[in-house]
Design a binder for this molecule. Structure first.
Ligand code: SF4
Ligand code: MG
Length: 310
């Protein structure tokens, strides 16, 4: 049991125009070793912030992030067992570095390999992610988007991580290339026993990969459920709205029902249930009382007053 996220509360208080933005507020969940947890929600809901907290790139203003029971922020330097795979691999690859150094430098710094082994080590990693080892002499601009995504994965794997946080890791890629990279992620999980937090706005991607899904809305968790249960029987009105947004290509008439209304600003989230201005099932108490995330079945949690008999 990894206990990666044990308690994260009121995290990421950043001052924007003298207002504190709680990008992630009172979020608490645990990821088990070997699990693939999908984290979904519209842009600005705090998914990326949560991902960065999970790798120790942000420190919560309140609460703690634990990895194998130990607070993540107590470790010094780069959190080697937890690696982040970025949204845009091109932006995160130094254009003046050869792939040999992009992939091979961190393991050398961490003492996993010495200078003499760096080349062979990098070659093996490139082969593992489906790239020709001779590519190690090249620079990032000489690759396609899909190849750069693979370089980013090789770089993360180079320090022998246990847990990967993938933030929109395939969002920039063509659909056919996406599928190949997603398959690579799954092969690596089976082979290396990796655990994933897979952040995506794309429910199709999350459904394909995840054992369990966490749905976020404006910095709070709306619902947590095993993947197939979530898709078969979403509980939270926000999850229901998100699922209705997916075009049903298997149907005769494609339905596309965007969630009504704009996402409110995180600077001034609506009181009570943050979703109430957009919720088709909102009741008077929804604009006043914050719904608590409560158990609604085995392994299922939802934060909606409709589940509350009172
Ligand atoms: Fe809708 Fe109320 Fe449930 Fe929020 S608590 S999702 S507003 S019904
Ligand atoms: Mg993001």
């Amino acid at each position: 049991k990894l206990d990666i996220f044990e308690k994260i509360a009121n995290v990421f208080g950043s001052n924007i125009k003298e207002q504190t933005v709680h990008a992630v507020d009172n979020v608490s969940f645990t990821i088990q070793q070997g699990e693939v947890v999908g984290l979904v929600g519209e842009s600005g809901c705090g998914k990326s912030t949560l991902g960065r907290l999970g790798c120790g790139l942000h420190t919560p203003t309140e609460g703690t992030v634990r990895y194998r029971g130990q607070p993540l922020e107590s470790e010094s330097g780069v959190r080697r067992p937890v690696q982040l795979i970025f949204q845009d691999p091109f932006a995160s690859l130094n254009p003046r570095m050869r792939v040999l150094d992009i992939v091979g430098e961190a393991p050398r710094v961490h003492g996993l390999v010495d200078g003499a082994q760096q080349r062979d080590y990098t070659a093996a990693l490139l082969t593992r992610v489906g790239l020709d080892p001779s590519y190690m002499q090249r620079y990032p601009h000489q690759f396609s988007g899909g190849q750069r995504a693979r370089i980013g994965i090789a770089r993360a794997l180079a320090v022998k991580p246990e847990f990967l946080v993938c933030d929109e890791a395939v969002a920039a890629l063509d659909v056919s290339i996406q599928a190949q990279v997603l398959n690579l992620f799954m092969d690596l999980r089976d082979e290396l026993g990796l655990t994933y937090l897979f952040i995506s706005h794309d429910l199709g991607v999350v459904r394909h990969l995840s054992n369990r899904v966490v749905v976020m809305y404006l910095g709070r968790v709306a619902e947590i459920a095993p993947t197939e249960e979530l898709f078969a029987e979403p509980n939270h009105p926000y999850t229901q709205a998100l699922l209705e947004e997916i075009p049903r290509i298997d149907r005769k008439h494609r339905t596309f029902v965007p969630i009504r209304g704009e996402i409110p600003s995180p600077l001034a989230p609506p009181p009570g249930c943050h979703f109430h201005p957009r919720c088709p099932k909102a009741m008077p108490r929804c604009s006043v009382e914050v719904p608590t995330l409560r158990e609604i079945g085995p392994g299922r949690l939802s934060a909606c007053h409709l589940n509350d008999p009172n």
